[in-house]
Design a protein around this ligand. Sequence first.
Ligand SMILES: [Zn+2]
Length: 494
Amino acid sequence: MIIALFCTEGLLQLKIMLLLEKGTKCLGGGRILSHLSSFSMDCRGRMSFLKKILAGIALLMLFGVAPVCADGLHILRDEEIERGLQIMSRPIFDQTELDADSIKFILVDDSEMNAFVAGGRNIFLHSGLILKTQTPAELIGVIAHEMGHIADGHLFRIKTEMSNLSLQAMFTNLLGVAVAIGARSPEAGIAISSLGTNIASRDFLRHTRTQEGSADQAGVRYLQKAGLPVSGFLNFMKKLSSQEHLPESRQSQYVRTHPLTQDRIDFLQRVVDENPHVKTPFAWDEVHRRIRAKLQGYLFPNLALREKDDSVAAKYGRAIAWFRKSRLDKALAIIDSLLKVEPKNPYFYELKGQMLFENGHIEDAIIAYEQAAKLAPFSGLIRIAYAHSLLESKVNENECVAEAIRQLTRAIEKEKQMSSPHYLLAVAYGKQGQTGLSNLHLAEEELMQNNIVRAKRAAGFALSKLKKSTPAYQRTLDILAVIEKKEKNKKKNN
Ligand SMILES: [Zn+2]
């Protein structure tokens, strides 16, 4: 799992730099520094690279460090969770007029219960909301309702001077940055921080009661057409109904942003009464249990350790919790026992790889990640983690670097907006002495982070090193053209 931080306050830079210091300590800086000292690039000083790599590692491995931002979005990336959400939501998405593949889930690390749509077709789900759902039916009910907001083109009711247009633009921007994270970037949140406000604030994300009613109706229609139960959403709303008459300050974020009324509950009740026996597919129960166990293990390890049952999900949660508590022995014992039960589970191997990697057992991590990547060839995130471990290897270094490049090249097909595979490719090509390609990927990464000056410098250097009329040379020209356009726009706006 990867966590990325988006601070919305002005102290962003300082906070992340502090985080980097901590991140290096918790990872055993010696190993990383020795890797760095053997790595050099022509286009810039070593110190800036040092910062980049430390930043990247800190962000990738952040689970060892407490989040430092009071405000802002902490975005989680995890293949298993994202895939599980997609599996359960696909039948709903297929009932809309929209291209199901264009709808994305963004998982927000926030214990406040909330869900919202923003930046086009992105459904933001707070971990707190997922953890509060008891069944897959409850979760898909919330998702169907959010799809209603997307399909009806609902914008938020803005109570501040900020326009809806700029809010939507901000989220689009945020997503560009969000999925770009993983490799580092103290600058990542700057576009957001300049807004100087809490983007997850209820004042921005509030829908009207009319919008709520119509999103319910659309959501119910999708669920019914997909043959899925409405009862889960009704249960979820009933649990919230006690908050309806509380002062706003005591309501959950979800209730504040999705105003609850008795009318809404009555409507859902009538629908359920008409057809009370619809159920979700049996297999979804386990998908939902594992998503919850994983979130609980990572975010609330003490709670996960209190779960005493012997289900796979509960053990999975405990393995993650022990890992979070730096008890590698206990964590490994549980994950190994789970792998005996499910020897073809890519996510168990992925977790084992992460545990070993973060504890400095690079060669063993590589073995685990290799299995994970083979069993989940669709996952860009797993390939990136695998490649990262290969780049840290001190055994058969040349082969490892070549394999890392193969994995990263595949990963960027899946994770087109993510900058970290480009960064790791820059490292890998740098190790091979291919400075042209190394700087091309550095330029890609800087461009994604909107660091125009640095992108231009890297692209210029790449151009001087690459052979003319190769695809890489052409790509570098394309990047320079994009940079030129951005510079012109910037001048125009000034
Ligand atoms: Zn709503």
